[in-house]
Design a binder for this molecule. Structure first.
Ligand code: PLP
Length: 383
């Protein structure tokens, strides 16, 4: 096998991040403290202000806190798209509720709200749409659906920091909570980390308390010359972000839109250069939408002579890293055994999964690297 020529992803990190992290360590304040406060304020401002931001140590933690804060518990049902990472659904199980899997729309790969409507029961309490690949789901559709069925909304925006719809950034809707991931390969990174945005001050307060063991005051308030005293008001979790991670996040956030513009230009180049191949290319959204382009998933059409796994293998032999987003949850052992009813099908997600692969796309990718991916894919598919 050839040495890897184009990795699947490389984080967009330079000396500024290195410096910020070293400064955080040198400050001797390592856990949640002033840098987390600064990062939360910067993210709130980035989202357009007038929104509460709670930083956490992963998006998974953020999704869990959001569902807990809106009162999800045993016996409740929560609608989740089947085409997502398992974290979206697993947090529903943490709370003893049931994840109800829903097929996706073939054009956007986001939740199909018509399919979702058929799965609403009196036990359905919330819906968790995913902004797949960074393409915003329709706010109008989502709000109508939630209002029609009286559901709370927690948006899984793990792919979508830097996306917007109708000039409004993903993160400042009226949903109960919008959750971002800062995992290593997401649109910005803190290594591991996440954040919850909400317009609701009471939910924000509950999530802040539950983020640190159900303690009613932050450690920074207790240890920075304040009183030692604290109370525990609930059996909370240990989900706070460190200041070392926040230091990385502060710098990354300043670069978020520039990084998105670089990914967006590369997505455009892929779309122009791959148009004549037997590939279904990802939807860019209409003019009102800014796509975050977290990933660039393509799907082979019926005209392709090779199968998806063969294409991935040939790209690997040529030194090109790829991934697959996602094997749908209903085809994972745990979810298949617990959350799929007899006769229930997910034809759109199945068709997508069987044919899809995700091409490399990252802000620092050179045009030579992208040209190599395009030329290699072309020669594989034109054989
Ligand atoms: C990455 C991801 C998550 C989980 O993010 P973490 O920060 O790793 O917990 C959740 N949902 C989706 C759709 C993701 O891609």
């Amino acid at each position: 096998m050839a040495a890897q020529k184009v990795p699947f992803f490389v984080p967009f990190i330079d000396e500024e991040e290195n410096h910020a992290v070293i400064e955080a360590i040198r400050s001797h304040w390592l856990t949640t403290g002033p840098r987390c406060v600064e990062f939360e304020a910067a993210l709130a401002a980035y989202l357009g202000g007038d929104v509460h931001v709670v930083s956490v140590n992963s998006a998974t933690a953020g999704l869990h806190l959001a569902l807990e804060a809106i009162g999800i518990g045993p016996g409740d049902e929560v609608l989740v798209p089947t085409l997502t990472f398992t974290a979206t659904a697993e947090v529903v199980r943490y709370l003893g509720a049931s994840a109800v899997l829903v097929d996706v729309d073939p054009e956007t790969l986001g939740m199909d709200f018509d399919a979702a409507a058929l799965k609403v029961t009196p036990a359905t309490k919330a819906v968790m749409p995913v902004h797949f690949a960074g393409l915003p789901i329709s706010t109008v559709q989502l709000e109508c659906f939630a209002a029609d069925h009286d559901l709370k909304v927690v948006e899984d925006a793990a792919h979508a920091l830097s996306a917007s719809a109708g000039g409004i950034r993903i993160g400042r809707s009226n949903s109960a909570a919008i959750v971002f991931s800062f995992y290593a390969n997401k649109t910005i990174t803190t290594g591991e980390g996440g954040a919850i945005a909400t317009r609701d001050g009471n939910l924000a307060q509950r999530m802040r308390v539950m983020r640190t063991h159900g303690i009613d005051r932050d450690a920074s308030a207790r240890f920075s010359g304040g009183s030692w005293e604290y109370d525990v008001i609930a059996p909370g979790y240990k989900y706070n972000l460190t200041d070392i991670a926040a230091a990385l996040g502060i710098v990354q956030l300043r670069k978020a839109d520039r990084a998105r513009d670089l990914r967006s230009a590369m997505a455009k180049e892929y779309i122009a250069s791959l148009a004549d191949l037997p590939l279904k290319l990802p939807n860019s959204g209409d003019k009102s939408v800014v796509h975050a382009w977290h990933i660039f998933p393509v799907a082979l059409t019926d005209d392709a002579a090779l199968g998806r796994d063969e294409v991935i293998e040939k790209l690997r032999e040529a030194g090109i890293g790829t991934s697959v987003h996602y094997r749908p949850l209903h085809r994972m052992t745990y979810w298949a055994e617990t959350s799929v009813r007899v006769g229930e099908t997910f034809p759109v997600a199945d068709r997508h999964f069987d044919r899809t692969l995700t091409l490399p796309l990252f802000p620092g990718m050179s045009s030579a690297e992208q040209g190599y991916v395009i030329q290699t894919l072309r020669s594989i598919l034109e054989q």
